[in-house]
Structures are given as C-alpha cells and as structure tokens.
Design a protein around this ligand. Structure first.
Ligand code: HAM
Length: 426
C-alpha cells in the first residue's frame, strides 16, 4: 500500500475541523490587530534561504529539501516563512508604501528534513507575522502579545514566555569576543557541531542540545553583561510594554534561537504542561534589523514570530480543550421514497438560508435516518411526508429535547432563526 512520506500526516474528520477552527480564529485575530495577509511561494531559490536563514544554521546546513528544477535552477522548499516574506517585501517594494510600518501575517506548510518525533514533522504548518519599518520596542511587545493573546483566547493555561536580547551589532561583537575567549580552552570538550559553531557563529553554542550539561556552558558569559546603552534601553522598553500589556515573562539568557537573523529581542513561548513532549516550544520569534538589507533591500528593521500548528493541537489535547465541534442545525428525513426529491430541494433551500443541513444519500429507512441524525448530533430533524407537502405544514423535532413543532412552510425560516439562535445563545 502506498503510504504518506515519513514525517507528514493527514488531517481529516475531527482534526480537520480543529485546524480550520484555529485558522479562522487566527484570521479574525489578525483583523483585530489590523495586519495584512501575505502569501508567498512554497518553493524559492535556494540562495534566499542561505542568505536569509544563514549557512551555519542546522535548518539550512542539514535540513532543507533541495531540488534542481527542469531549468537547472537550485530550488528549496521553504523551511520557514520569514525569508520568503522579506523577499516579497523587497521585490514588491513594500518599503515605499506610505502606510508604514508594513504589518503582515501568513499561514502555510514548511519543510524541514528533521528526525521525526512527537511534535517534530518534516511537513508542518506555521502561522506567523512579520512587521517591517519600525524599531519601536512597542512593536516587539505587540508581536509577543499576539501568540499570548491567541493562547489565552483558546483557554490554554500552561504557557511560559521566555525573552532575551541579542543586542545590536556592537553588543554582539563584544559578546562574540567574550564567548570565543571563554570556549577556547574547552574546544576539545565540545561536540563536532559546536566546533564549527565556534568558528562561524559562537552564539549558537549556547543553544546546543548535546553540550548543554557541560560545566563550560554553565559558566559561559551572559549577553546581558555585554549590552551597550542602546541595546539595554531597547530591552528595558520591551519589558516595560510587556508589563503594560500584563504579559508575564521570564528573562532567559539561553534563548539564542537557531536562526542567524536575530538582533535585539528574541522570545519563545513554551508549553509547561504535564505530559507534553520534549518539543515544547509552541512559538518563537524576534527582531531582525539587518535581514532586509542582507537579502538585498534597503536597511529596514523587522520583527516577527511563527507558531507551529501541530504543537498547538497537542497542547490543546493535553489540557483537554476541545475546539471545532461538528455543528449540524438540521437533518431532513423523507418519510418514504416519494419525498426524497422534496427533501433534497428543502436541504439546498435551507443551506442557502444560512443553516447547516444534511440528509441521507444511502437509502436508509426512517429509523436509520434518526440514528444518523443522532450520530451527527443534529439540533433539529424535519420529517417530510406526503401530508406535510400537501398541507405545507412541516413537523420539526428538537433532537435534544424531543419536543415536536408543527410549522407552516412559509414561517419555517423565521422559526429556525428564532430556535437555532436561541440554542446557540444558551
Ligand atoms: P522556528 O523557531 O524555527 O522559527 O519555528 C517556529 C515554530 O514552528 C516553532 O516554535 C515550532 O512550534 C514550529 N516548528 C518548527 N519546526 C517544526 C517541526 N519540524 N515540526 C513541527 N513544528 C515545528 C521560525 O521559523 C522563524 N521564521 C520565526 C520568526 C518569524 N522569527 C521572526 N519572524
């Protein structure tokens, strides 16, 4: 039997409904924040990710899905959304838009050739935002507030916000020097990856999953001691605005992030829920003030984040939060064969009046149809017989209270409007 590729999954039934519910909620949340939707290609030239995400990152050096297209171009399935949105921002000259900052959001599949495990897929879905054109720390706080408010809306309780700063170029250079000096006598103890990181991007040593128990990791210098005044002030302001928005956070100097483009604020929101797997980072992001320039655009500050849909679904499951319930307002039952066409026509008519309606397509008898209505948890059942069609008076049964109503056909919509709204309001 043909099977799906390793590290991918099919979403259908309940999971399909949950995903749609979450996507719709995110869509309406973004309207409230007044962000613009942006959609970019799933594949881009490989060079974009080398320049954007960074050559030394695991994502680019080990995990990309690369292919050569029929025109001999090097292409890569996007491993994340930021680089593509930045490319689009530059290519479409959004920096010339008079209404700055440009605030965007996106949603879609990303691809990383990682070792699949719980919470880690090779094809996974991200929702993310990218904001261009302002280095106002208020915007860093706003971006952090988006996932926090979204998780709050869903009722998730076990979330922890970790923030850190990587400072500006000057602070980072000073810190880099300090790290090189610190790790030099310990080079032999470090894993092979960290030896490369030492040469190319020593900050990322702090992020290593293999070496994190080493004594030299615990005694490593902290970025917070190397910040210049500008960087310190920016970080203080971000914290001030987070306090203002009543977003609890912890300053965690080990949050350095696995992508090369960050400057100043970085953050991760983790699930601290019992039984949640080791892949507990629900979302992550930060500021990237040089990325637009590195990809070939004018010097433009940026800040954003992305959240993983799969890990969110696991967190909801862990906290027993159900979303995206199946809603069926009406199930139409023809009493005998002669009424099937009438039932079919009524089904379409009620759908066009805004109700969710279903009927039988399998030749079930009345008893079988009542069972089916129960399986669907339909709110109302309409019984359609010769008598009903002749008199234009319909029999409607509340499937939950078993109460029956006789309703004139031309008063049906008003009846349903009143009763179904009532039910929703309960
Ligand atoms: P990231 O930390 O690589 O950042 O990914 C963000 C989120 O995507 C993670 O926190 C996680 O929830 C989810 N995720 C990542 N890899 C996987 C995977 N293999 N399987 C399932 N979920 C995964 C970025 O991608 C940056 N572009 C975020 C950003 C936007 N920074 C600024 N703007």
């Amino acid at each position: 039997m043909l099977q799906k590729p390793k590290g991918t999954y099919d979403a259908y039934g309940e999971k399909g409904r949950q995903i749609l519910y979450l996507e719709n909620l995110l869509h309406s949340l973004m309207e409230k924040y007044h962000y613009e939707y942006v959609r970019t290609p799933i594949f881009e030239s490989s060079e974009l990710f080398h320049r954007g995400v960074g050559e030394t990152t695991d994502i680019v050096s080990k995990e990309t899905y690369d292919f050569i297209d029929r025109g001999d171009r090097n292409m890569t399935l996007r491993p994340e959304g930021t680089a593509g949105v930045v490319r689009s921002y530059i290519e479409n000259k959004m920096y010339g838009n008079p209404s700055q900052p440009v605030k965007t959001w996106y949603m879609g599949p990303m691809y990383r050739y990682e070792r699949p495990q719980s919470g880690r897929f090779r094809e996974f879905y991200q929702f993310g935002v990218e904001v261009f054109g302002t280095d106002n720390p208020m915007m860093d706080a706003e971006v952090i507030s988006i996932p926090v408010n979204f998780y709050r809306l869903l009722g998730l309780k076990g979330i922890k916000v970790n923030i850190n700063t990587l400072g500006d170029t000057e602070s980072r250079t000073a810190y880099r020097e300090a790290l090189l000096e610190h790790f030099h006598p310990h080079l032999d103890e470090l894993c092979e990856d960290c030896k490369t990181r030492y040469e190319k991007n020593p900050l990322r040593i702090l992020d290593c999953k293999v070496d994190h128990e080493l004594e030299c990791m615990k005694t490593a210098p902290r970025i917070l001691d190397y910040l210049n005044e500008t960087s310190k002030t920016h970080f203080e302001e971000v914290k001030k605005y987070l306090d203002l928005l009543e977003i609890p956070y912890q300053v965690n100097p080990n949050v350095v992030r696995g992508l090369d483009y960050y400057t100043h604020t970085v953050f991760e929101v983790e699930a601290s829920i019992e039984g949640f797997g080791s892949q507990n980072v629900l979302c992550a992001g930060g500021r990237y003030n040089h990325l637009v320039e590195n990809i070939g655009g004018p010097s433009t500050p940026g800040v954003g984040f992305a959240l993983g849909m799969e890990r969110l679904l696991s967190a909801l499951e862990c906290e027993h939060i159900t979303v995206g319930e199946d809603i069926l307002n009406l199930y139409i039952i023809p009493v005998d064969e002669s009424q099937i066409s009438n039932a079919f026509a009524l089904t379409q008519e009620l759908r066009m009046n805004g109700f969710s309606v279903d009927m039988d397509y399998m030749g079930r008898n009345v008893k079988g149809n009542f069972k089916q209505a129960d399986r669907f948890n339909a709110s109302f059942v309409i019984l359609l017989g010769e008598e009903e069609v002749k008199t234009n008076i319909l029999t409607i049964k509340d499937n939950h209270t078993q109460e029956q109503y006789q309703v004139k056909k031309d008063e049906l919509i008003a009846f349903l409007d009143a009763h179904i709204v009532e039910e929703h309001d309960e």
